[in-house]
Structures are given as C-alpha cells and as structure tokens.
Design a protein around this ligand. Structure first.
Ligand code: UD1
Ligand code: CA
Length: 425
C-alpha cells in the first residue's frame, strides 16, 4: 500500500531551554525524531520531516540516519496546518494515504499506527484523527462531538470555552488522510484564532463541510502520545518507555530484580532466563542471550552482543563488543571495541584501552576462546590474545600474545627485610 508520512518538527521547543533542537534530544541514545521515524518505517514508503528552527542540524541528522526520509523547510513557522501545507507541491499528483505525526511524541508504537491505518481503511474514512482520554486534558486540543457522537471539530486550549475545556477527549496530533480528498483544505485554512496560526486541526471542520467521512480513533494507552515540551516531560517519557520495555521483557521470561532501578532501551533484545540485577543501565541497540547475569550496576552502551550464559558483573561498562558464551566479566572492567571468545575470564579491573588520543583512532581487542586475563590488566589495542593464553595480574599488554602462553609485565616483587623497623629507629 502507498502510504507517506509527514512529521512536524519545525517548532521552537522553547521550554526545553536548550541549544539542541527539541526533536534531537535523546532517550537511551536515540533522538525523539528517531523514535517517530522508526515507528513509521515498516508502514510508509516515503517520509517528509518538516524542519524550521535549527533546520540545519535536524536536516543533517535526518540525512545521515534515515535514507527514506526527506526534509522540507518551513520558514517562518505559521502553525501546524501551514507546516503540512509545505509538502503540497511535492505531492501534487499523489492520491494515496498520508500519516501526519509530531516529532516530539516518541512513544507512539508501530502497532498502534498499523491499527490506526487499518481503522481508517475499514471505516472507509477520508480523514481519521487519533484521540485519547486524559483526566487532565490541559494544553491539548479538545475533541468536540455532535449530539449523535459524530465528530464536530477540534478546539485548542487557548480558544476553548469553559464548557469545552471540561472535555477529556483530546487530539493526539496524529492523523491519517486520503491525500487526494483533503489536500485542497491546506490552501483554505485561516488564522482567525487566539494564536493567529494556521491550525491543522481545522481540517476536521473543512472535511465535514465538504461532506467527507471524518472519524476519530480512540487510543486506549494515552502514554503513547505523551508529548515532550520540557525536560520534565523527557524524564517522564523515559520512565513510560522503560516501564513498557521491562514489562515486555518480564512477560517474555527475563527476570528484572528491581524494575525501579533498571533502565533498558527498547532496542535491546534479551533471551529468556537471563537475570538483570538492580541499577543496570542499557542504552542503544544490543542483543543479550539466555541465562546471562547482568549487573548489579552494569552499563551497556550499545552495539553489544552477548551470547548465552555470560556474566557481566558489577561496575562493568561494555560498548561495541561481542562476548561469546560462557564468558565472565565479573567486576570493575571496561570492555570496548572488543571480541571475547567462549570461556574467557576477565579479572577485576581489566581495561581495554581502545582509544589513542594522539591519532584519535579506536582499535579492537580480540581475546580468543579460553583466555584468562589477570586482575588489573590493561590491554592496549589493537591487540589479540590467542587461544588459551593467560595474562598475569597487573600487566600492560601492548603486543599480540600467542596461544597457551603466559604473559606478564609486572615488575619483580622486592622485599626489604626489617625496612620499616630500621626507618623508625
Ligand atoms: C497540537 C494540536 C493539538 C494537539 C497537540 C497534541 C494544533 C493546532 N494543535 O498542539 O490539538 O492536542 O498538538 O500534541 O495542531 N510545528 C511545526 N510548524 C509550526 C508549528 C508547529 O512544524 O508552524 C510542529 C512542532 O514542532 C511540533 C508539532 O508541530 O512538533 C506540534 O506543534 P505544537 O506547537 O507543539 O502544538 P500543540 O500546541 O502541542
Ligand atoms: Ca506539543
């Protein structure tokens, strides 16, 4: 099916109090806009991101991360209806569906969007708006219905009468439209309202006036359309997302010892019978196998693949690494840009020194099967420790170590008998 999306991301985001554009703020290392673009990626075949404030930064982000998305400049920003009208010249002869979303609602799921589009099609709608119920609907546009319960219009908070403000059904800011039937609305919107803006929400009344089939799809889980306007919202959205991820993992056989202190990104897969101990933070994209033990206080920073039956213990940081099965990284270590074979044991305080600050190059550490690394070892990359080799505690390893060898760089232990007593006398 031919579906395109328009994602509104030109607004200022004043309340973030930030030099970073709002939609480029991150949750678990992924931007708010990235979440929205990912939610549509299996539904649409082309995506338009409307940019305005900090347009260059947002454009660069989209260009380098999403090849199926194009940016369209809206300058100046005269409202959400004006924002969508920016794509009209690009879709002049298009007659398929258009999904409209906001770049600052990162919690929307692909599943909900699929159901939304299915509803639009099965109800033979020309225009469908997503709505939801909030006990405290302040700041959202209110869904106003006719006596027969059909849709009448959407009224913004600033334009609403006290009676309208009492309505708890709100506009989620997500729409599905038959482009060919609605596109003419955009040249006919006016800005006669409290904010002097061209409101996208006015397409509801326009559709009704033009005898189109206009419907609302009520979303049950209102956290999915939670919008980010401030850092307070950003923290709350992270919590909502985390609760969703942890519940899903637990339902699928992962033990989360303390959901209140555990943070795991939505892009992390975890196999069953793995146990995640408290105060563990896992961001980015990762794949963790079955029967692993992670934490307490472990930090996985993304690009991490962990096979089955691996232990990553307390105060261990891992990024961009593949750790094969039955390997232990028990305590206080940093493993980055590394590949660890099977049955490897990493002693406490081991560091993979992956970064050369002079050349600014990051290099790989490779530890083959059955390697044992003594405590407090520094592995200066690029370096390979071949199968079965052992490294003595406290060593700094700067060369490749052959299979089954012992390598040790520790300076010899000196014992000066009675040294202290002599000093004291
Ligand atoms: C909008 C809706 C409101 C809905 C709410 C849901 C309108 C008039 N109101 O209100 O009914 O309940 O979303 O979250 O549509 N933007 C642009 N260009 C502009 C103006 C805005 O791209 O000229 C973008 C913003 O960056 C943002 C999105 O559109 O991503 C929504 O704009 P915002 O000002 O946040 O609208 P709300 O007041 O939240
Ligand atoms: Ca908003």
């Amino acid at each position: 099916m031919n579906i395109k999306s328009v994602i509104l991301a030109a607004g200022k985001g004043t309340r973030m109090k930030s030099d970073t554009p709002k939609v480029l703020h991150e949750i678990y290392g992924k931007t708010l806009l990235g979440y929205v673009l990912d939610s549509v990626k299996n539904i649409t075949n082309e995506n338009f991101v409307i940019v305005g404030h900090h347009s260059e930064e947002v454009e660069n982000y989209v260009k380098s991360n999403y090849e199926n998305a194009k940016t369209v400049l809206q300058q100046p920003q005269l409202g959400t209806g004006h924002a969508v009208s920016m794509v009209c010249p690009k879709l002049e002869n298009y007659n398929g569906l258009v999904l409209i979303l906001c770049g600052d609602t990162p919690l929307i799921t692909e599943e909900t969007l699929k159901n939304f589009v299915d509803y639009h099609i099965s109800s033979k709608s020309d225009l469908t708006v997503m709505s939801t119920i909030f006990e405290n609907p302040t700041n959202y546009g209110r869904i106003i219905r006719e006596d027969d319960n059909s849709l009448k219009c959407i009224v913004e908070e600033k334009d609403a009468t006290p009676e309208q403000k009492a309505v708890k059904e709100v506009n989620a800011g997500i729409y599905c439209l038959d482009w060919g039937k609605i596109k003419n609305a955009f040249s006919q919107l006016t800005s006669n309202n409290a904010q002097g803006e061209y409101y996208l929400t006015d397409i509801i009344e326009w559709g009704k006036k033009n005898n189109l089939n206009v419907n609302a799809y009520i979303l049950k889980d209102n956290t999915e359309i939670y919008g980010i306007n401030s850092r307070v919202n950003l923290a709350q959205a992270t919590k909502y997302l985390t609760d969703r991820v942890l519940n899903n993992l637990m339902i699928n056989g992962v033990t989360i010892v303390d959901p209140n202190s555990t943070w795991i990104s939505a892009d992390t897969e975890i196999g069953k019978d793995t146990i995640i101990y408290p105060s563990t933070y896992i961001e980015g994209k990762n794949k963790i196998g079955s029967k692993c033990k992670i934490g307490p206080c472990a930090h996985l920073r993304g690009g991490v693949t962990v096979d089955d039956n691996v232990k990553i213990g307390n105060f261990v940081e891992v990024k961009k690494a593949h750790i094969h099965s039955n390997t232990n990284v028990g305590h206080l270590s940093y493993i980055g840009d590394s590949e660890l074979g099977e049955h490897v044991n990493i002693g406490a305080g081991t560091i993979t020194a992956n970064y050369d600050p002079l050349s600014k190059i990051k290099s790989k550490t490779i530890l083959k099967d059955n390697v044992k690394i003594g405590s407090n070892t520094v592995l200066v990359a690029p370096v390979t420790v071949d199968e079965g080799a052992n490294i003595g505690a406290g060593s700094v390893i700067t060369k490749n170590i052959p299979a089954w060898a012992l390598a040790i760089t520790r300076s010899p232990l000196k014992i000066l008998s009675d040294w202290v007593r002599k000093k004291l006398s």
